[in-house]
Design a protein around this ligand. Structure first.
Ligand SMILES: [Zn+2]
Length: 243
């Protein structure tokens, strides 16, 4: 495969912005921080943005990693990222949100779930708190079943199945999300404990078990409507969520 040979001047601009997080023979390449001014309710707030890429062959040769990008068709896959706010490395108190991608809720503003609301609200909570990070997890669509399967599951939901039943009918576990890479990235950015924004004590427990240094939990409810009432009730009844 033909590869681009990166100009050494260009590489010198990039090498300090890439960090390798090694996990056995695998690696996570973390790139950033990148300044990201964001419009939050008409106010411009500046976040530090990082994205990451998982590789099965860890190499310290970042020039090679970059050279391979143009032929890797990365747009066909999903990459996750994190918005960091404040003095994230050193502040005693930091709010964390692990947000699962929701194409319909986050992008289209669908009222079938509360994801779009939770995304914006957690960004506001983090900036108001002063320090924190929002992880946007791109392989978590539909609790890890993918966008196409989510569309199929929505058809079942239109025919009387709840969100958990629909996923189970299609052969999926109720929740197939994995947070391992996000936890590794968090640990690379901060070693002090964090407060997790979530309504789900089970998620808090699972993340603790996976090595996340959590000191507590803060809930996030809102935007309840006729369209997502049943979905939110199912979260409470079947998936262990609480206010
Ligand atoms: Zn959603």
């Amino acid at each position: 495969m033909e590869q681009v040979q990166l100009n050494s001047n260009v590489f010198s601009l990039l090498e300090d912005k890439i960090k390798m997080i090694k996990k056995g023979s695998e690696a996570i390449y973390l790139v950033g921080p990148i300044k990201l001014p964001v419009n939050l309710d008409g106010k411009t707030v500046e976040f530090k943005w990082y994205s990451w890429l998982k590789s099965e062959n860890a190499t310290e040769d970042f020039q090679r990693v970059i050279n391979q990008l143009s032929s890797a068709n990365l747009a066909d896959y999903q990459q996750s990222s994190v918005l960091v706010y404040g003095d994230f490395e050193y502040d005693e108190d930091a709010l964390i949100r692990m947000h699962s991608i929701c194409h319909t809720g986050d992008i289209f503003g669908s009222k079938r779930c509360d994801c779009g609301y939770q995304l914006k609200q957690s960004m506001k909570m983090i900036t108001e708190h002063g320090t924190g990070a929002l992880f946007y997890l791109a392989n978590h669509e539909g609790r890890g079943i993918g966008l196409f399967s989510k569309a199929i599951a929505y058809i079942l939901q239109e025919n009387g199945f709840d969100t958990v039943e629909a996923n189970e009918e299609l052969g999926f576990a109720d929740d197939s999300r994995n947070y391992d890479d996000a936890i590794e990235v968090l640990k690379a950015l901060r070693s002090k404990p964090v407060t997790l924004i979530t309504n789900n004590p089970k998620k808090l427990k699972a993340l603790k078990a996976a090595g996340l240094p959590v000191s507590g939990r803060t809930p996030l409810w809102g935007d309840i409507s006729e369209y997502n009432k049943k979905y939110l009730q199912t979260k409470v009844k079947k998936s262990g969520h609480m206010g």
